[in-house]
Design a protein around this ligand. Sequence first.
Ligand code: PMP
Length: 429
Amino acid sequence: MNNSEKCFQQAKLSIPGGVNSPVRSFSSVKRNPLFIDSAKGAYVFDIDGNEYIDYVGSWGPMILGHNHPKIQEAVINATNKGLSFGAPTKPEITMAELIKKHISSIDKVRMVNSGTEATMSAIRLARGYTGKSKIIKFEGCYHGHVDSLLVKAGSGALTFGKPSSAGIPDDTTKDTLVCQFNDIKSVEQAIKNNENEIAALIIEPVAGNMNCILPKDNFLKKIRELCNLNKIILIFDEVMTGFRVNYKSAQGYYDVQPDLTCLGKIIGGGLPAAAFGGKSEIMDMLAPNGPVYQAGTLSGNPIAMAAGTACLQTLMNEKNFKDLDHKSKSLTSGLLTVANDYKVPFKTSQIGGMFGLFFTNQESISTFKDVNQCNQEHFLKFFNEMLDQGIYLAPSSFEAGFISLAHTQDLIEQTINASETAFKEIAKV
Ligand code: PMP
C-alpha cells in the first residue's frame, strides 16, 4: 500500500468519504485519490514522491501555475498585517475596482467566500429585486451546492448519478425550471408557460461542469433578448469562465452583458474568495442599502484579497490570454491527431485556458444529452493510462480541463506523447 492509499484509509475514518469535496475521491474513475503534498508551476507532487503535469489546477484558480511567486509574496506580506478584522479594508476596494475595470457589466460587486455563496446570493438578489420567485437553470450546469440550484446539476452531482441531492425538500426546487443548454426553444417554452413569474435565468456562458460545451448559434444573445422582453434578470455564472476563457471573460468574448455576474476561483488566486456583481440599481438592493440580506464573517478577507489581486494583476494582459488559447489549442489538436491515428472516436473543445475531451463520434456535442452519450469506458481507460504516465487530468468526464501559463509547449508535447499509449490501449477495447 502506498502513502496515498494509507492516507485515504485513514481519512475515511474521520472525514465522510475521506474527502472534503466529492469529486476528489476519484470514485468515478474507480481508483484511489492521490494525496498531494505540494505543487509548483504546472506540476503537482503527491506524498509518494511522484510528479504529475496538472490539468486540474485546483479546479480553475491556478491560471498562473501553482504557487506563483507574485501570489506567494502578496500573501506573506498581507499576513504581516493580521489575518482578518471583520471591518472594511483597502484591499477590498482594490479588488472591487480591478473586477470593475475588466468586467464592464459590473458597477458594484460584493465579495463572498465561495462560488456557491455567489450564486445563492445572486438568486436571492434577483428575486428580491423583481419580486418574482421562479428561476431558470440549464441541465448539466452546476452553480455550487445551493439547494434551489441542485436540480439536474453538473460536476460531482452528475458523476454521482443523482440529478439532485437528498435533503432538499421538493418545495425548495419547485420554482426551479430546467432548460436545455443550446436549445433556445426550451427557454422560450419555459418563459411562455410561466409568464411574469420568472425572476432570473442563471447560466454558465460556457458550460464547464458537463465537460466543456460552448454556446452555439448566438444562444447567449438570444437568451439576453428573451430576458429583456420578459424582465428576467440574466445571471452569468462566470465562477469558472471569469478571467479564464478570454481577457474579457465569457461575456466579453460573446459580447453579451448580463445583469449580474458571479465570479470565483481565479479572483481568489487559490484562496477562498468569490463575488457577485452587476448593475448598481440591482446591487443597491443589498443590505445595508436595501432589503435583501446577505453577509459574511470572512467576506473580503484581506489575505484572500491580496492573493486574488496579485493573481489578476499578473494575469490581466491580452498576450497571456492569447498564450493560454494557443496552448489549449495545441493540446487538443495534438490529442485529436493521436486519437485519429489509432481510430479512436474522439472530439475536443477549447476556449482560452479551458478545454474538453469527448470520447465519441457524434458530429456535434452541444447539450447535456450529447455529453451523456460519450463512451465512459474509453474515458476511464484514458484517465488511468494518463495518470500512470504522470498526467493528472480531471477524474471525471463531466469536468473541463484547465491550462495555466506555466504549461510550456514542452509539457504539452509530453502530454500528447503520453496519450499514444492511452489511445493505443483504447483502440484494443
Ligand atoms: N459555479 C460554477 C460554474 C462552478 O464551476 C462552481 C464550482 N466548480 C461553482 C459555481 C461553485 O463554486 P464553489 O465550489 O466555490 O462553491
